[in-house]
Design a protein around this ligand. Structure first.
Ligand SMILES: C[S@@+](CC[C@H](N)C(=O)[O-])C[C@H]1O[C@@H](n2cnc3c(N)ncnc32)[C@H](O)[C@@H]1O
Length: 242
């Protein structure tokens, strides 16, 4: 098993500042109107998860990264959320959730072999008519081509000191992209974290959703129901459990 790419306490502490609430959060929160139970799959630091908290609503955040979930558990209001350590196998098949979301491209961390059972488990958490929604990067936009040391190099001052950062893609194979994130701290140490992402086409994700028992599958090119184009960078999926 590879090391957790979200396993560095210093970088996890910077995550919410680097990924503040935006149109994505507003979109996911709008889906929760009237929901009595929401599951946030791959919830990370829990910034969005905690925003789902509302009177009478059960909110569950699931993530396999002990570092991310540990951070989430220490945040104000964290006690209102049920945090679950683990991957989709840790999600109970309660069949009563109104909404399952997976933000921050978490679904791209799921391998092609794992995607069927992961979607099955997410479906099993939902009630019939319950909604699943998540985003995924469009392989046609080839985002990984920007992840070179030259294109991605950045220096900044952070609460954990001066940081030099860059990305370097090491493998691209049929939608499976492996890259190293380099983080050089002020003491000169370079913390390198390897991530594997799976870029899938609209058709591949539609088919996987259908096989897992989802219907009314909608795909947009952004958070405001932008129509899909071949060049879209982002694919936003929404479907209901049959
Ligand atoms: C980019 S972060 C997104 C976190 C959060 N959803 C957000 O929007 O900020 C990706 C998250 O996916 C989680 N992750 C990685 N592999 C996973 C898996 N197999 N199942 C569930 N979550 C996973 C990571 O631990 C990490 O917290």
């Amino acid at each position: 098993m590879t090391a957790d790419p979200y396993g560095d306490e210093r970088l996890v502490g910077l995550y919410d500042g680097d990924n503040p609430p935006g149109d994505d959060h507003a979109y996911f929160l709008s889906l929760a109107a009237g929901a009595r139970k929401v599951v946030d799959f791959g919830c990370g630091t829990g910034l969005l998860t905690r925003a789902f908290v509302a009177p009478g609503r059960v909110v569950v955040g699931v993530d396999p990264s002990a570092t991310m979930l540990g951070y989430a558990r220490r945040q104000p209001g964290a006690e209102e959320v049920t945090w679950v350590d683990g991957d989709a196998s840790a999600i109970e098949a309660t069949g009563d959730a109104d909404l399952v979301v997976s933000s921050g491209n978490t679904m791209m961390h799921i391998s092609d072999d794992d995607l069927p059972w992961v979607l099955d488990n997410l479906a099993a958490a939902l009630r019939p008519g319950g909604v699943i929604s998540f985003e995924s990067r469009n392989p046609a936009a080839r985002a990984w081509e920007q992840w070179s040391p030259e294109a991605s190099y950045y220096e900044r001052n952070t609460p954990v000191g001066h940081l030099r950062e860059w990305l370097e893609v090491t493998e691209v194979d049929n939608g499976r992209v492996v890259f190293d994130a380099h983080n050089v701290f002020v003491d000169g140490t370079n913390a390198v974290y390897t991530t594997v992402l799976y870029f899938r086409t609209t058709d591949e994700i539609r088919a996987a959703l259908r096989t897992a028992g989802f219907e009314n599958i909608e795909v947009y090119a952004g958070w405001h129901q932008e129509p899909l184009t071949d060049e879209a960078r982002l694919l936003v999926f929404r479907a209901t459990k049959s």
